[in-house]
Structures are given as C-alpha cells and as structure tokens.
Design a binder for this molecule. Sequence first.
Ligand code: PGA
Length: 253
Amino acid sequence: MRDKIVAGNWKMNNTLEEGITLASEIVNMVADELTDDVKMIMCTPYIHLNAVSKIIGGAEKVSLGSQNCNDNLKGAYTGEISVGMLKSVGVEYVILGHSERREYFGESNDFLAKKVNTVLEAGLNPIFCCGETLDIREKGAHYEFVTNQLTESLFHLSADDFKKLVIAYEPIWAIGTGVTASKEQAQEMHEKLRAHIAGKYGTEVAEGISILYGGSCNPKNASDLFAQKDIDGGLIGGASLKSRDFVDIGKSY
Ligand code: PGA
C-alpha cells in the first residue's frame, strides 16, 4: 500500500517563535486526534528546522522536511544550506521543483535533476513538485508538459532510487489562489503521471509511489480529493500555517 502523506509547506512565513508554537500545536493535535496511518510532514524554513526537530522528537506520524537545499554536497557557496546539514538536524524530506522556485529562482528541469541526485545521495527523500500554468492547460498541453517535467528531472534514476520519491502535482493556477483543481482534474493528472511512471519503471514501482495534490487544498475539499484512487495526500501551503486546518486535512482520509 502507498503511504498517505500530508505535507505542509510553510514557505517564507513565521518567526522562530511563531514556528515553534505552530509545530508544538501540530505535534500535540496529531498525537491526540490522528487515528489513521497518515504521515504528516512539516516543511519549515531553514532556521526553524533544528527547533522543530526537537519538538517532533520521537513523535509518530510527524516528520521534518526542508523546502530547498543546495545542489552541491559542500564547499564555497556562501549563504547556502547543504543536504548534510539538513540531515544533521533530522530532516527526512526535501521539497524540490516547487513552482515558486522554478519561477523566481530559475530552477530548470535539468538543474532539478542534479538536486534530486544530491538529496538522494544524502539518504533523504525528495518531494518532487510538478505542474502547469493556466495558459498551458488552456492550450491542452498540460499532460505533455507535466509528464515531461518528470522525464527530464527524474527518469535518469534507477528504480530503487525512484521508489524513494514522493511526487506532488501542483497546478500553478491553483497555488495560493483559492481555486482548487476539481477532483476529476486532479485524479486525471495523477492517473496520467502514474501511467507515465509505469511506462518507464513498470507497474509495481508506479503503484508504490505516493502522488500528492497541491493547490488551495483545505479541510473542506481535502476528503473529496483524497478519496480519488490515485491521490495519496496533499502538499499544503496556506492551510499548513494553521494547526487546526493542517491536522484536519490529515484527518480527511
Ligand atoms: P497553497 O500552496 O495550499 O497555499 O495553494 C500549495 C503549495 O504551494 O505547495
């Protein structure tokens, strides 16, 4: 069976103090309320990671993620953070290829292929984001565009490495806009992505990969989305900044 995952992407929000409060609330609520087998991941800004790691401690069902890393293992890269540093504070997952990094920081499919290798080399798990703009969808080119993101950034991997990935489909027009993809639109894309993976790595690998949906996912729409056969959870932006909403999304299966 595939892992059910709800990952929160805090983006560039929260002071350290606010982050500590949020993380503590989430860890406590998950312990008290979450009965299903769901992995909740908090992807915090770098400066929160060490403190949040301590708050998570040995908590079941809660893991720590980063929102980025440098593509090199170490060296003279002023201001950057390496995968080894992330690992040393208890990070298990690294978001890669978020559309905001693609757009504002020019991260290309080729460059992301290198980052994926670096994350895997450190023994961490990439949460690899893909997704199309509204313009691409309206032209009817969205399946080709998104499957190509996977091909160019991921299909050089061995099957064993590919199995360590989590994929997140995030249509750019749905991120932070309040417009969610319909459950049918999301399911269709997830099915296409799984078929694309099966074409390269076979059905067993494809059936084992968790594919998350992201884009204005909230406690109201999460259960409909998560009930789709190829949707294994969510990557949550805005709603991950409120402990009640984030944990309620975790309870939406
Ligand atoms: P959103 O962001 O939930 O605020 O739309 C999702 C994301 O960017 O990961």
